[in-house]
Write a protein that binds this ligand. Structure first.
Ligand SMILES: *Cc1c(COP(=O)(O)O)cnc(C)c1O
Length: 362
């Protein structure tokens, strides 16, 4: 038996139970070192091995080419919003941003400090309930990069595939809420970053995968700690890194590999999403807030016929052991966050709750 309930939180979010059990042990003692993982010096052999193993597992899992650096940084995805343009958006250059939700808005807002930001597409006029079609995207003449948010955590929309960047431009992606949920061709990206707390581990560590030629060519002088090169040269051990977070991330990478890798994750996530979308579609009572073809397999957003019933839904779900279903305040309704680690059985429990709740309202 198990005293944990179903946690649909948007982040920090559910982690694999095997990883949590492993982390419990490692907190007490890492391997047979007699010292817990949080208490080890980041300069010592045991932790260096942890960091090395995490990086190797990450590279293997996503097939990351050698000409990319894999960094474990701090400051969350929100720090990447400025660290990235500070590196590569020159004063007289333009970066194109695809605006698909609050996080892309925030990312673009930081880039404006450094150079010109061109909104190549925005779905704000449709309440961000959709991903723009290819023919709705209008790139500037020669953007340095194209930034997009692969999964819009708040609105429950997800790019089904990467946008095609024009000319020499490289893709920059905030993949915080769907990283490693499906196969990814890293060679299409200049930078892909993700805060760990949705799909990869605890908060406090950010995964940054970045092309080495870009690391070596920032367009302005930056403080040591903000330079990607500082961290790339030191294997993310320039200063004290978030050691525990890196440990857990490494275990999550291993767990994903054991589930069949990114292909296995994609299959599992498709099945999970289908259970919920099918249950929602089967009842006129519910409406999905995201448009068909744009729906996220990570955050499933929906409503009942009115806000009073939404509130009753959330309350009764909570009482039934289904936690964290309240939608983001800017969208309302409900949001079921079902990241990689969220179990398929949990989706079945919610599907059955959806049916029962609708039946009761008759
Ligand atoms: C959660 C989230 C963020 C914010 O990440 P922090 O690590 O809190 O800075 C940014 N982008 C997306 C897509 C997110 O889901």
């Amino acid at each position: 038996m198990n005293d944990r309930i179903l946690n649909f939180s948007a982040g920090p979010a559910t982690l694999p139970e095997e990883v949590l059990r492993d982390a419990q042990e490692a907190l007490w003692q890492l391997g047979s070192t007699g010292i817990g993982v949080m208490e080890h010096s980041h300069r010592g052999g045991p932790f260096k091995a942890v960091a090395k193993e995490a990086e190797a597992a990450c590279r293997k899992l996503a097939g990351i080419p050698d000409d990319y650096a894999v960094l474990f940084l701090q400051g969350g995805a929100s720090t990447q919003f400025f660290q990235l343009p500070a590196h590569w958006l020159a004063d007289d250059a333009t970066a194109d941003y695809l605006i698909t939700g609050s996080w892309s808005v925030k990312a673009a807002k930081e880039a404006v400090r450094y150079g010109t930001v061109h909104e190549a597409a925005s779905t704000k006029d449709r309440d961000f309930n959709i991903i723009p079609r290819a023919d709705e995207i209008q790139y500037s003449d020669s953007p340095t990069y194209v930034h997009f948010t692969s999964n819009n955590t708040i609105f429950g929309t997800q790019w089904q595939e990467e946008p095609a960047a024009p000319g020499e431009a490289w893709l920059a992606c905030d993949a915080s809420s769907d990283v490693f949920s499906r196969p990814v061709d890293i060679s299409r990206y200049g930078v892909l970053y993700a805060g760990a707390q949705k799909n990869l581990g605890p908060s406090g560590v950010t995964l940054v995968i970045v092309r080495r030629d870009l690391v070596d060519a920032p367009v302005r002088d930056l403080p040591t700690m903000l330079r990607y090169a500082t961290h790339a040269e030191q294997g993310s051990l320039y200063n004290t890194p978030p050691t525990f977070g890196i440990y857990v991330m490494g275990r999550v990478f291993r767990w994903i590999a054991e589930q069949g890798g990114l292909e296995g994750m994609a299959k599992r996530n498709r099945e999970k999403g289908q259970i919920l979308y099918d249950a929602l579609e089967a009842q006129d009572f519910y409406s999905c807030t995201a448009g068909e073809g744009s729906r996220s397999l990570m955050n499933v957003t929906f409503r009942t016929p009115n806000p009073e019933l939404d509130a009753a839904f959330v309350k009764q779900a909570e009482a039934a052991g289904l936690s964290g279903l309240k939608g983001h305040r800017s969208v309302g309704g409900m949001r079921a966050s079902i990241y990689n680690a969220f179990p398929k059985e949990g989706c079945e429990v919610l599907a059955s709750f959806l049916r029962d709740f609708a039946a009761k309202q008759g």
